[in-house]
Design a protein around this ligand. Structure first.
Ligand code: SF4
Length: 303
């Protein structure tokens, strides 16, 4: 997910991967220098992608205090079945626009940051786009990271939660579950898709927790004035988050209410895409506080 959090940067921009700079949160794109595999035959490439040996990757970056605990290597996979009106990075929506990167190479890069992860309590975050568009690749990366003892986070809308195998969830310490609306009609308006698969994925995780298998969940909710700020919509998301803790106490350890911003607007225009939120202002601090209080009223730790 690239929901109003971080701004991955295409290859060649900003910081080189070989010399990453760790900055406090919310930017620091690192591109893909040194990772892209360009010269493989198309059929071989498709077979390798099906096997999870090769992935389509948009970019990656080092971030602190977002996308999970500590300093994290966040990898943005390409391809997403949703079409969120507020998508921060519409250039991650199409898988074909990503760069082919091998699992081995990516895991070698993860290994480079073991010291950083250890010193900060950080780890690896797979984001997108939608990670579960490439489940075999994601599973291989998560498994490899766990074999190195790295904390792993899966950032997802949950819409393709059925693609996540139990083994993949076993290798995932934290799921950032983006619940874009609690009302099906609003969810469809925001994303173009159905809400239920997301809800079902969260319930499945909570049920795993009840069986002693986790992972932990942080719920993310983007607050967009005039689109998702309706009181009933907010209440439904809060009720849903609380219901996961009723299935298994402690499943949802955090809720993040993310104020809408316009940092993605230029990308929509640059891509020639119709952007529906041109005239929408970010929510006021008072509205953000009010919505956070609604979540806290359900006993949820909310930021
Ligand atoms: S379109 Fe996909 S990548 Fe963009 S915000 Fe929605 S779920 Fe995230």
């Amino acid at each position: 997910m690239t929901c109003q959090i971080t701004a991955p940067v295409r290859p060649g921009q900003d910081v080189r991967l070989d010399a990453p700079s760790i900055r406090p949160a919310r930017r620091a794109g690192a591109g893909l220098d040194g990772l892209a595999v360009r010269d493989v035959d198309r059929d071989e490439r498709l077979a390798a992608m099906r096997a999870g040996e090769l992935g389509s990757v948009h970019s990656w970056e080092l971030v602190t205090a977002v996308d999970g605990p500590g300093t994290r290597l966040t990898v943005f996979l390409s391809g997403c079945p949703l079409r969120c009106l507020y998508c921060h990075n519409p250039d991650t929506m199409k898988m074909k626009d990503g760069e082919p990167v091998t699992a081995d190479e990516l895991l070698a890069r993860v290994r480079r940051y073991l010291g950083v992860f250890s010193a900060t309590g950080g780890g690896l975050t797979l984001s997108g786009g939608e990670v579960l568009m490439q489940p075999a690749f994601a599973a291989r990366i998560l498994r490899g990271a766990k074999e190195m003892g790295v904390h792993t986070t899966l950032d997802t809308s949950g819409f393709l939660g059925a693609n996540a195998t139990d083994a993949m969830l076993e290798d995932t310490d934290l799921v950032l579950l983006d619940v874009k609306s609690g009302v099906p009609d609003t969810y469809r308006k925001v994303t173009g898709r159905d809400l239920e698969p997301t809800l079902a994925f969260g319930r499945r995780i909570a049920e795993r927790g009840a069986d002693g298998h986790g992972p932990e969940v942080w719920i993310r909710f983007v607050l967009v004035p005039g689109l998702t700020d309706d009181a009933e919509n907010v209440e439904r998301v809060a009720e849903y988050a609380a219901s996961l803790n009723e299935i298994h106490a402690g499943t949802v350890s955090r809720v993040e209410v993310l104020p809408f911003h316009q940092m993605g607007r230029d990308k929509w225009h640059a891509a020639g895409l119709e952007y529906a939120l041109d005239d929408v202002e970010p929510p006021t601090p008072e509205l953000v506080d009010e919505v956070r209080a609604r979540f806290r009223a359900h006993g949820l730790t909310t930021y």
